[in-house]
Design a protein around this ligand. Structure first.
Ligand code: FES
Ligand code: FES
Length: 179
């Protein structure tokens, strides 16, 4: 069957089998940032955006994407640079296999909360990224990198309780002043 899918702004037409997954379609057309870790919707490695919403490409038929827009990490090189820097600064990458899927999810999270007009809470970050697994890092360094990145994206004024370090001495002094 014939499909035409816009990937990173370029329309790609192909004759595919009906059961071709979006993952297979993308890899077959050279988008090697898209990785497969499980094929069972459990790891998040294959995350791409479909019309700017994150989807698991291993569980999406390419035929269902006909005529729609797909974004992979190759299409977000400039947008992902600051997050990549935070990941490097926090030493949050070991084998790096999970990184493309994680980056796609974090950038989608950022866009979603920008559109909502506020920063995500820590619990919302955990919930949003629950589907992105990493076998190496234990998540703590990844989470520091993500928190650092989000703190840069959402200024402290709009999210003072999330990212500003709490200084107990200053808090006590403030409390004294008010009293
Ligand atoms: S490869 Fe798609 S979720 Fe694991
Ligand atoms: S760094 Fe190896 S799987 Fe995440």
């Amino acid at each position: 069957m014939n499909v035409a899918i816009e990937v990173n702004g370029i329309k790609i037409a192909d004759d595919i089998e009906p059961d071709t997954t979006l993952f297979e379609f993308l890899r077959g057309h050279g988008f090697k940032s898209v990785k497969c870790g499980c094929e069972t919707t459990n790891c998040g490695l294959c995350t791409v955006w479909l019309d700017e919403e994150p989807v698991l490409s291993c569980a999406t038929f390419a035929a269902r994407v006909d005529g729609r827009r797909v974004t992979t990490l190759e299409g977000l090189q400039a947008e992902s640079a600051a997050l990549a820097r935070c990941i490097a600064e926090e030493g949050a990458e070991q084998c790096g296999f999970c990184a493309p899927g994680l980056v796609m999810s974090v950038l989608a999270l950022e866009r979603a909360y920008r559109a909502a007009g506020h920063a995500p809470t820590p619990a919302e970050v955990d919930h949003y990224l629950a589907g992105n697994l990493c076998r190496c890092t234990g998540y703590m360094s990844q989470r520091r990198a993500i928190d650092r990145y989000l703190a840069e994206c959402f200024d402290y004024f709009t999210a003072p309780d999330l990212f500003a370090p709490v200084d107990p001495v200053a808090c006590a002094a403030d409390a004294g002043k008010e009293a």
